[in-house]
Design a protein around this ligand. Sequence first.
Ligand SMILES: *Cc1c(COP(=O)(O)O)cnc(C)c1O
Length: 447
Amino acid sequence: MSDRTKFVLDENDMPTSWYNIAPDLPGEQLPPPLNPQTDEPIGPADLAPLFPMELLKQEMSMERYIDIPDEVQQVLKTYRPSPLIRARQLERSLGLSDGVKIFFKYEGVSAAGSHKPNTAIPQAFYNKQEGIKRISTETGAGQWGSAMSIACALYDMECTVYMVGISYRQKPYRRSLMETYGANVIQSPSNLTEAGRKGLLTDPDAHGSLGMAISEAVEDAFSREDTHYCLGSVLNHVCLHQTVIGQEAILQMEMAGEEPDVVVACVGGGSNFAGLTFPYYRRKLDGKTNTRILAVEPKACPTLTAGEYRYDLGDVAGMTPKMLMYTLGHDFMPADIHAGGLRYHGDSPLVSKLVNEGAAEAVAVNQTACFDAAVQFARNEGILPAPESSHAIRAAIDEALAAQAAGEDRTILFGLSGHGHFDLTAYESYTSGKLKDYDFAAGSVGE
Ligand SMILES: *Cc1c(COP(=O)(O)O)cnc(C)c1O
């Protein structure tokens, strides 16, 4: 690790606007979200009970660049710009030739340990500005809940988090972190909402799913005047807020004197992928790079590689609009893989569109192969990756080995979306040989 090369930007180099990919999408514009009952297109007024107007404007905006408010920049600068690092020791351990290089952009430096505060902070800011006092949201593995909890604490708002039941029990430390930041954490399905009570009838052990937790959080926000709902991925404004990642990475790769041949990120709802790759997509349109863009997802929840491209609901109960996206079906119950953040049935409509138009590629990988990669990465680079991020590492290593085998040069940039300090149970089951693979496309969906 002694010669690890880190490309550090000054805080004044942090981007001052977000990049909105909507006006630059290939093919036709994104079609509007639809009312879940009537299938009529919905507009800002329909969503106003849930979101502040500024975020709704961003959700539907066709402006290419949107200013980041100064107040938001100040908070982002407490941990940004994030580092971009050349993984030299990993390269050596793989026996790569000089022409095959691996770089990663590390988002584990935030309070929540992932990229999620990049959007939690502006979301809290705009809600506070609109006079909202309380936020309801959901969380799977706990990463989004932690990000929203700290953001609400910073803006002095209450935060209620519906946490997927199985994670609530299996990840007590994420729950403790949220409670330490002042949030009220509820096991989902719960008996506090109509959706939750219905869910408990068929799921009495409260195993839960992200789709169910979303239904509960949305119902909570609809039922109270002082409360808005926040979502940590999928939506256009969330992808927008994450584009600070890729804009910084472009500057840092320039510092390194390199242009990536492939940019890789894992996809759950698509936001960290969007954050890293959308600015590179723009750079391609500007003719400054020829990079491929590669999305990586779990074989247990292969939305982009085995899902259908069609309108579907974002949640189980039909509280959310229908969106055109890749989906495995809104009632899909994924196997209990450790990458909790990648177990969502759908995907960002923007990311789905890029894949559908052939502007981005997608691959699915098994979790044991991901943990092999994560452990190799940890032993060489010293950073313990989140299980979600290990999917990007797996694909980055596979890209490097393929280039090496073909005798080609290749510069690979991947997104390390977060650290895995709260995921040691997963590492324990890996090191004790208990980790299993689930392949949805091959008919194995877990117990
Ligand atoms: C939540 C999360 C993801 C998946 O969400 P996206 O919106 O697809 O980025 C990936 N990595 C980490 C570390 C996460 O916390």
